[in-house]
Design a protein. Structure first.
Length: 185
């Protein structure tokens, strides 16, 4: 997994866990994701434990909390009347900018990052939980990792909350709450 994709994964993989972390009263409409968002390191929890579990390289861990990271979401029309919505995600950071188009149907799709790391990713939207991305991959150590990232826009429409839960070999090992702020630049 590239450093960029790993950081992006950490930004976009969230889920409300058994501990009952409250994200907001309601995720609202899918279109509320539209726009450019900046990760607010000061309002977000440390990602150190999740990065350690995911075997993130030292350099990437050092950049955490320091570099500016943006994510731009654009909901695009579905290709047919009965098809799921599509989402274009542009991730920007000092390492590399990437654009990805996903279908919000919950179906796993193989994804290979620029470093050759392969994962199975699925994306889905629901009015109850918001945007959920699930990524499954085998780490260099041979352990199986599953990242569930749930995010939605808060009622003020200015903040997006992301809760990332990391499972290693089927056991929940870390949960990180992050906050992204809508930006106009």
């Amino acid at each position: 997994m590239t450093y960029r994709n790993l950081i992006l994964t950490l930004l976009t993989c969230l889920r409300v866990g058994a501990d009952g972390v409250a994200l907001a009263s309601s995720p609202g409409e899918l279109s509320q994701l539209n726009g450019r968002w900046k990760l607010d390191w000061e309002k977000s929890e440390s990602m150190d434990s999740a990065m350690d579990l995911l075997e993130v390289p030292w350099l990437v861990k050092k950049m955490s909390g320091v570099v500016t990271i943006h994510a731009t979401f654009e909901v695009t029309p579905s290709t047919c009347e009965s098809c799921a919505a599509n989402l274009r995600i542009l991730n920007e950071n000092p390492i590399k900018d990437t654009t990805r188009r996903v279908i919000l149907d919950g179906e796993p799709v193989a994804h290979t990052d620029p470093l050759g790391n392969v994962s199975m990713d699925s994306f889905i939207w629901s009015e109850e939980t918001g945007l959920e991305m699930v990524r499954e991959r085998v780490l260099k150590s041979g352990k199986k990792a599953k990242i569930i990232d749930v995010r939605f826009v808060e009622d003020d429409l200015a903040s997006m909350v992301s809760v990332m839960t990391v499972f290693i070999d089927g056991e929940e090992r870390a949960k990180v709450r992050r906050v992204l702020t809508r930006v106009d630049d």
